[in-house]
Design a protein around this ligand. Structure first.
Ligand code: MN
Ligand code: MN
Length: 293
């Protein structure tokens, strides 16, 4: 029997039952355990967790999930910035594509919101600093181009972006060449940085983009393999850094290493939430002391 053989009254009745269920606040109250992956796909980029339980929900403007083939991020409309960008990096993402430099607004930002443009950082004294680096996405022209959306940028002091931050990016790719795959989460927090115009700047783009006070990154290092979440152990190398977004930053990224716990405290995020809490407790308390080049 097809739906169309129901009488008009039956359809109204079914509609009423659906309405009743939707209005009932207790309908799903049995499920009290928060699922960190609600609203997200099984993206490889979130295999270790969704650090802020971001959802693609226009009513969550400060923690709005944007998923791409190349990376996943939580966007904060009120800062004009990502809270975090998360990506898996292994050798399959690397290739010979040239840097595309096609900075542009991200059309996955809801059209009701302001979409930061490629011109919004102009003359600000801050770089359009990549979170997921262009050089981590060189498998194809389209994959590289994806890194140039403005939701993947932060106003970064030139010395931070071009030296300290870049040296860590380059070291990450060295780790790839040594037989590893990486999970990387990067973002910014706070307000007020110094760029090439001097002084402290709190916002750019007529207030639409916050200049963060700090830039941070978490890198989980695994030997190449499969079943990645289950391979994270108490001995897994985790590199976390918290850097000032200032021109006076030193260029040795290793000096800015902190524990993941410190970063969780500073950002309010929960990293590695898909890893058992016992293992998180061990690896998040350590400060990396491994090689820096
Ligand atoms: Mn950069
Ligand atoms: Mn955690």
């Amino acid at each position: 029997m097809s739906l169309f053989t129901f009488g008009k009254n039956s359809l109204i009745f079914i509609g009423f039952i659906i309405l009743l269920n939707a209005c009932s606040p207790s309908a799903t109250d049995d499920n009290v355990t928060p699922n960190p992956n609600i609203g997200s796909s099984n993206s490889e980029h979130l295999a270790l967790g969704n650090p802020s339980n971001a959802q693609t929900d226009i009513n969550a403007p400060t923690n709005y999930l944007i998923e791409k083939e190349e990376f996943v991020l939580s966007y904060n409309r009120d800062r004009g910035l990502a809270n975090w960008v998360s990506w898996h990096l292994d050798l399959t993402w690397r290739g010979n594509a040239d840097r595309q430099d096609d900075f542009r607004p991200d059309t996955q930002v809801p059209e009701e919101w302001y979409r930061v443009t490629q011109n919004d950082y102009r003359n600000s004294g801050f770089d359009r600093g990549h979170l997921c680096p262009s050089a981590d996405r060189t498998r194809s022209v389209s994959v590289n181009s994806a890194t140039f959306v403005m939701t993947n940028m932060m106003p970064q002091s030139p010395n931070n972006n071009r030296e300290t931050w870049r040296f860590l990016e380059e070291y990450s790719r060295d780790l790839l060449d040594q037989g590893n795959e990486l999970y990387i989460i990067a973002g910014s927090y706070g307000q007020g940085g110094s760029g090439s115009n001097g002084g402290t700047t709190n916002t750019i783009a007529e207030g639409k983009v916050v200049v963060p006070s700090n830039t941070w990154k978490v890198i989980i290092v695994l030997a190449n393999g499969s079943g990645d979440v289950s391979r994270v152990t108490n001995n897994t190398r985790v590199i976390a850094v918290d850097m000032p977004n200032t021109q006076s930053i030193g260029n040795d990224w290793g000096k800015y290493r902190v524990s993941v716990d410190q970063l969780e405290q500073a950002t309010g995020l929960d990293f590695l939430s898909n890893v058992s809490t016992d293992i998180q407790a061990v690896i998040e308390a350590k400060v990396d002391s491994g090689p820096t080049k």
